[in-house]
Design a protein around this ligand. Sequence first.
Ligand SMILES: C[S@@+](CC[C@H](N)C(=O)[O-])C[C@H]1O[C@@H](n2cnc3c(N)ncnc32)[C@H](O)[C@@H]1O
Length: 237
Amino acid sequence: MRDQIFSKEIDLVDFTFDAQVADVFDDMVRRSVPGYQTLIEMVGLLAKTYSQNNTNYYDLGASTGAVSLALGLNSPHKNNRVIAIDNSIDMVKKCKLNLNDKVTNFDVICSDINDICFENASIVVLNLTLQFVIPGQRQALINKIHQGLNSGGILVVSEKIHFNDKQKQVEITKLHLDFKRANGYSELEIATKRQSIENVLITDNKQTHFERFKTAGFSQSICHFQCLNFASFLAVK
Ligand SMILES: C[S@@+](CC[C@H](N)C(=O)[O-])C[C@H]1O[C@@H](n2cnc3c(N)ncnc32)[C@H](O)[C@@H]1O
């Protein structure tokens, strides 16, 4: 279904992942996040490379389940379990429907990802989700994920990022707005969504991400993908 949520004048409220957003999420994310399809394909590729037998995959902030599908369909170990977690009941319902006839071994859990106990994990993915976690809680979450990963396991974190260099920030933001325009969003839709989401989507810069991985104890972390102001990091335990 096409995303037209912000196409009319509305009373501005903070953005939430409610039923209205869940219905149009697949269209919204593809038209708003440059490189989204590649991010999902990369998860499939990483699953083939880093999967360990008899382990769990965690998809944190699963929304409609694109990452869970990429993990489940590309897993070389079919007995591994995909655990998809989201705190929006509307997203959880969509995710279950999408995984039901395609992935055999999975759980979809409605919970805050900060309350999850991670165990026997070979792959954990935070695809565009950490940016919605309260900044003061982010390090504790990454620490917990690190503890639940097996040696050689990976964490994939894809996020909208900002740049300390003001000029770079202005240029790349401009290009991101052009990307949205090119995908059919009007000036009203772009401006209203921006105001609605600015209090709930809090970006970090690349350096903050790398420092967080190091503090948590990851032995290696790289930025494996970037398109404009969206980057994906791969951290190896
Ligand atoms: C931008 S979407 C993620 C997109 C999805 N990972 C994908 O690749 O298509 C962010 C999701 O994270 C969920 N979320 C945000 N904060 C959360 C939290 N603290 N616990 C669980 N889910 C959360 C939202 O409900 C939303 O579905």
